[in-house]
Design a protein around this ligand. Structure first.
Ligand code: FAD
Ligand code: PYC
Length: 400
């Protein structure tokens, strides 16, 4: 008989584990799954302060692509996209993964030059990428306004046809269920408030609102809040936490069958299966943890979106929200060990970590299990002292 369950089993924490993962979002859950699946490490506990995947995982606009500029990024994001392409089969779940194509619009000469450069760099790395003229853009997405008489005229776009979207909550639940079926404990409503310290300051687990959990390895995967947790052990991280806002409209008949992003206009949009237009903005400029943003940011986003998509003029807004994203100075993540024995970090995915959910968990699990991961190596903290930054502000495609 197949002993797999359809849902994860909420667990009471044991006193100790091999690995404790702080943060039950997409990356924490995928890390737990790949530790168990790829490395046979099943004595793992995921500790989540709220309900499962109620943070950024529940709040993102689900855009998936791998068209980043630098080799290190292409390696991890393309690995992630390949994992996405087999994930529904692997996890045995319908994730509504839809490779409907992602266009990144260019609105001025600088945009055009950097976009064409990125298309060439992508191709050299085996990532599918095309350059579209403005007429090609309209053929691919007829509702985009390509009139030259607007504030942000469309001069062309990059297109990644293998890019697309997936249903975020289903992804979290599928990873949780698969990890739980392999023996991982998932503990909700348990906030980490401090760390257990051993000889030489070694981190040997966490103090939580449900008691002490000891562990050989403690992995922080608490997007938006990692610097707060790291400060509890005196570690200062090069991260800034910002609100990032998104919204959905009321439900409409299908009018948009691809994903359109524009950094200059500060908007990205797709249409969900149910019919809502799903749109996101650039980050709010101030630091904050309140999971809501400033109205003027959304207002600016809507004004610009209407110019790009005049057909949205009569759309009604259903709801807006924000998540707290942690952003590194080079718009790339931190995945690696820390100077404190027993403590590992996976954070700083900023505005772009949903697409990385499978690849991030896969590489982080490899690092924890074996001590080394080729995909994660360039993302260690060390790059902030060596200067080997991986500047992906352009490819992040969200205004920072
Ligand atoms: P989270 O789901 O935030 O998980 C972290 C967890 O840690 C949370 O559940 C939190 O409650 C928990 N936690 C925090 N502190 C503690 C503590 N002390 N104890 C225990 N648990 C704790 N990325 C894309 O690739 N494509 C997109 O289209 C996209 N759109 C976005 C739109 C918005 C509006 C936002 C906010 C983000 C978007 N992102 C996108 C980014 C993406 O959502 C994040 O990079 C990614 O989800 C972060 O990883 P995560 O899923 O593990 O984070
Ligand atoms: O990284 O593709 C992305 C993205 C889209 C919206 C927010 N982030």
């Amino acid at each position: 008989m197949d002993e797999r369950t359809r849902y994860w089993r909420p667990a009471e924490p044991k006193p100790s584990y091999d690995v404790v993962i702080v943060g039950g979002g997409g990356h924490g859950l995928s890390t737990a799954y790949y530790l168990a699946k790829n490395h046979g490490i099943t004595d793992v506990c995921v500790v989540e302060k709220g309900w499962l995947a109620g943070g950024n995982m529940a709040r993102n606009t689900t855009i998936i692509r791998s068209n980043y500029l630098w080799d290190e990024s292409a390696a991890i994001y393309e690995h992630s996209l390949k994992l996405w392409e087999g994930l529904e089969d692997e996890l045995g779940a319908d994730l509504q993964f839809s490779q409907r194509g992602v266009m990144n619009l260019a609105h001025d000469l600088g945009d055009v030059r950097s976009s064409v450069r990125r298309v060439e760099a992508n191709r050299l790395n085996g990532v599918d990428a095309e350059w579209l003229t403005s007429e090609d853009v309209q053929a691919f997405c007829p509702i985009v306004n390509i009139s030259p008489d607007v504030r942000y005229p469309v001069l062309g776009a990059t297109l990644q046809r293998r890019g697309g979207v997936a249903r975020h909550d289903k992804v979290a639940w599928a990873y949780a269920t698969a990890a739980s079926n392999l023996g991982v404990d998932i503990v909700e409503h348990s906030e980490v408030t401090a760390f257990v310290r051993g000889a030489g300051g070694r981190v040997e687990g966490v103090e939580t609102t449900q008691g002490t959990i000891r562990a050989n390895t403690t992995a922080l995967v608490a997007a938006g809040h990692t610097s707060v947790l790291a400060a509890m052990v005196g570690l200062r991280l090069p991260l800034q936490s910002h609100p990032l806002q998104a919204l959905v409209s009321a439900l409409y008949e299908p009018i948009l069958d691809c994903v359109v992003m524009s950094n200059a206009v500060h908007v990205y949009v797709s249409q969900a299966d149910k019919g809502e237009l799903v749109m996101g903005a650039g980050i709010d400029a101030y630091n904050g943890y309140a999971q809501r943003g400033s109205f003027h940011v959304i207002e600016h986003q809507m004004a610009a979106a209407l110019e790009l998509f005049p057909v949205f003029e009569h759309a009604s807004l259903l709801r807006t929200w924000a998540g707290i994203v942690d952003v590194c100075p080079d718009a790339s993540p931190i995945v690696g060990p820390t100077p404190i024995d027993g403590l590992y970090l996976n954070c700083g995915w900023g505005t772009g970590g949903f697409k990385a959910t499978p690849g991030s968990g896969w590489a982080f699990a490899e690092l924890i299990a074996t001590g080394a991961s080729e995909l994660a190596r360039p993302y260690e903290l060390e790059r902030f002292t060596t200067g080997a930054l991986i500047d992906e502000h352009g490819a992040a495609a969200v205004a920072h």
